[in-house]
Write a new protein. Structure first.
Length: 96
């Protein structure tokens, strides 16, 4: 997990250990979205389990995340009321 955080240039959460509190599959079943208690969302390959992307809320701590129905994006809502939308392929923020 620490390697994925460094590779995807995400600020490491304070306190070190990351606990996962939600898991969801995308519509096609080839990706898994895992939400952590530290406000990070990990997109995993659904077959190999490798980390494809790591997302972190732009403001506040991410508290909930989901795939969009078209399997192209991830939404994450934060405790500050902001919802970020990222493109899974590019990792770019699509909307806030």
């Amino acid at each position: 997990i620490q390697e994925a955080i460094a590779t995807h240039r995400v600020t490491p959460p304070p306190g070190g250990d990351v606990t996962f509190n939600k898991i969801a599959f995308n519509m096609s079943g080839n990706r898994i979205l895992v939400q952590s208690d530290k406000g990070l969302a990990f997109v995993l390959d659904g077959y190999e389990g490798t980390v494809q992307r790591v997302f972190q809320s732009s403001q506040g701590r991410g508290t909930v995340s989901c795939f969009t129905p078209d399997d192209q994006s991830v939404l994450m809502g934060s405790d500050s009321g902001i919802v970020d939308c990222w493109n899974i392929q590019s990792g770019a923020v699509v909307k806030q």
